[in-house]
Design a protein. Structure first.
Length: 158
């Protein structure tokens, strides 16, 4: 969890396993593209830095964060995919739409984890404003994409 005292990109090196033979699906929402592409860059670089091979990183786009759920399910059902990383950003607006989308995405990604018994990582920002999103997508709080990749790696070692 990001706070003013901890960067998202700080993590323990414990339980990082060899991922050179692991295949990752990175699903990226096109909505809030400036943010989601930065999240993707963080996740991609972290996976490479920790031993993943470029050819084992599959990038797929979806229109918005809500669509991450079905795309995650499609990728998780593939036997050659070891972990799925969902990257999105839903910024608070003036209506309840934010609440419905965030709840559905969180529950949907949780359900895919349990259905396929493999790591499906929630790398979705839910900030109050654009600046908070930027701060968590490579800004002063690090990059949640980096955190999502480390989480996938650690879960593969469980």
């Amino acid at each position: 969890m990001a706070t003013s005292l901890k960067s998202l990109s700080e993590h323990s090196e414990q339980n990082l396993v060899d991922i050179s033979g692991k295949k990752f699906a990175l699903i990226v929402s096109e909505w809030n593209e400036e943010i989601t592409e930065s999240l993707y860059a963080g996740a991609y670089e972290t996976l490479l830095k920790n031993g993943a091979k470029k050819e084992n990183l599959v990038k797929k786009y979806v229109p918005g964060s809500y669509e991450l759920i079905l795309a995650a399910q499609w990728m998780a059902q593939k036997e050659d995919i070891d972990a799925v990383i969902c990257l999105g950003c839903v910024i608070q607006g003036d209506t309840k739409h934010f609440d419905f989308i965030c709840d559905a995405v969180a529950q949907g990604i949780k359900d895919v984890n349990l259905k396929y018994n493999k790591p499906v990582i929630f790398g979705v920002l839910t900030p109050n404003n654009q600046q908070q999103a930027l701060d968590r997508a490579g800004g002063k709080h690090g990059n949640k994409g980096d955190e999502a990749a480390i989480t996938a790696i650690k879960m593969l070692g469980f």
